[in-house]
Design a protein around this ligand. Structure first.
Ligand code: SF4
Ligand code: SF4
Length: 412
């Protein structure tokens, strides 16, 4: 669990066309001020450490960032930021080093491949991309390589563009980047879908090409494939939140703190333009419903990958309705099949083809019915220890979500 601190809410210096925070912007729910002491008190309540998020968090004045990070280092021993990288200057780089700030940068590729991360005109967009690329190079040169989030869409991952993206990742790996997260596009509306979404076939081709590429990149990892392999082998104690049961009304992996100090949820669940107050109790009705609902009606019934995938992130649900499975079902099913085949070829037994799968599904249904959730590995331990629900009360102790890691930087 990481606390996402959002002093300036969804305010941003660019206008990515596909940003999942656009419903909040369209409703003009953008704060005009923040309260440092209220934010720190809220972070304390959540238990920190925190990552500064936005919108674009480098819109926060440098003296306030310094105050937050000095406090964060003293209190929690490290800091984080997720940024589009355009505004990074010398003073920011000094602070990143001085206050042990782990930097995450959202960018969709070099040059024109990043054009969908729009800055108002093509000229400004390209200038901004140059700045972000320069910031990545500088941080690598100075021994602080950032992690990257790259969203795949029609602007960077169609067949004619993939070779450029591959070469870019090779250069990044040579520079010292070790961690990249590939996102499928979160589609907030039909206009975004028709303009930017890849077809299922294109998505499969793109994701498969990066899975194959990992073999030649010895240091750079795409965490989506590591997660999926771990899920298939039931060794998923620290998988990304999108593979765990996530209640959209109180997203366990993302504890948001707004500029007023108010608690909030992961922004991916805000489909109505409203930052709903965080619910105090988790519910797993979505997962019980998905298990029992036929796929032709938006559920996941009879999918052998269900305990691994769980219908994926509720923020990507069909029609923006968290009760449905992910609109990218065919992509995830295809990728699970692909990795499952590889494991079988290597003589390993994936959970998806194991007789144990039904027992684990049954245990998950019992846990969810009792308002609890665990990882597959945690559920196996719970089963071997006699399925004592009292042992997992209070939110569960083995639901090792790694947050999705991005903010609102148009990287949905
Ligand atoms: S990205 Fe999806 S799964 Fe993760 S916290 Fe947000 S809504 Fe939940
Ligand atoms: S692959 Fe599709 S049907 Fe299977 S669990 Fe995931 S979203 Fe549901």
């Amino acid at each position: 669990m990481t606390v996402e601190l959002r002093p300036t809410g969804v305010a941003c210096n660019i206008q990515c066309q596909y940003c999942y925070q656009n419903p909040i912007r369209d409703a003009d729910n953008v704060p005009r001020s923040y309260d440092m002491e209220a934010m720190k008190a809220a972070v304390e309540r959540e238990g920190g450490p925190f990552t500064v998020f936005g919108g674009e968090p480098l819109l926060v004045p440098e003296e306030d960032l310094e105050s937050l990070w000095a406090w964060g280092l003293e209190r929690f021993g490290s800091n984080g930021i997720q940024t589009n990288g355009v505004l990074i200057n010398d003073n920011h780089v000094r602070m990143f080093r001085q206050y042990k700030v782990q930097v995450g940068i959202s960018i969709d590729g070099p040059g024109e491949l990043n054009d969908v991360r729009w800055a108002g005109s093509l000229e400004r967009t390209r200038e901004n991309t140059v700045k972000t690329e320069a910031a990545i190079e500088r941080l690598c040169r100075e021994g602080m390589p950032p992690s990257l989030i790259v969203t795949l869409h029609r602007g960077n991952a169609t067949a004619d563009k993939l070779a450029v993206l591959h070469d870019w990742f090779r250069r990044l790996a040579a520079m010292g980047i070790t961690s990249a997260r590939l996102h499928d596009l979160e589609v907030e509306g039909d206009d975004v879908g028709s303009a930017y979404a890849l077809s299922t076939g294109e998505n499969m081709a793109a994701f498969s090409s990066f899975a194959a590429m990992e073999a030649e990149l010895s240091t750079l990892r795409f965490d989506v494939f590591d997660d999926m392999r771990k899920l298939l082998s039931g060794n998923d104690d620290s998988s990304t939140c999108t593979w765990n049961a996530c209640d959209p009304y109180t997203t366990r992996a993302v504890r948001g703190v707004e500029g007023t100090g108010q608690s909030s949820n992961c922004g991916r669940t805000n489909k109505d333009g409203i930052d709903f107050v965080k619910a105090p109790v988790e519910g797993f009705e979505r997962y019980l419903a998905l298990y029992h609902t036929p796929q032709e009606h938006g559920g996941c019934k009879d999918c052998r990958f269900f305990i691994m995938c769980k219908g994926q992130c509720p923020g990507t649900a069909i029609d923006g309705d968290w009760r449905n499975r992910s609109r990218d079902c065919e992509l995830w099913k295809g990728m699970f099949r692909h990795l499952e085949d590889k494991m079988l070829d290597d003589g390993e037994q994936p959970l998806s083809t194991s007789p144990e799968r039904r027992q684990i599904e049954g245990a998950f249904l019992d846990l969810w019915s009792a308002g609890q959730s665990l990882t597959i590995a945690g559920t196996r331990r719970w089963m071997s220890e006699g399925r004592d629900l009292a042992a997992v009360s209070g939110g569960g102790t083995s639901h090792g979500d790694i947050p999705h890691g991005d903010s609102d930087l148009g990287d949905g």
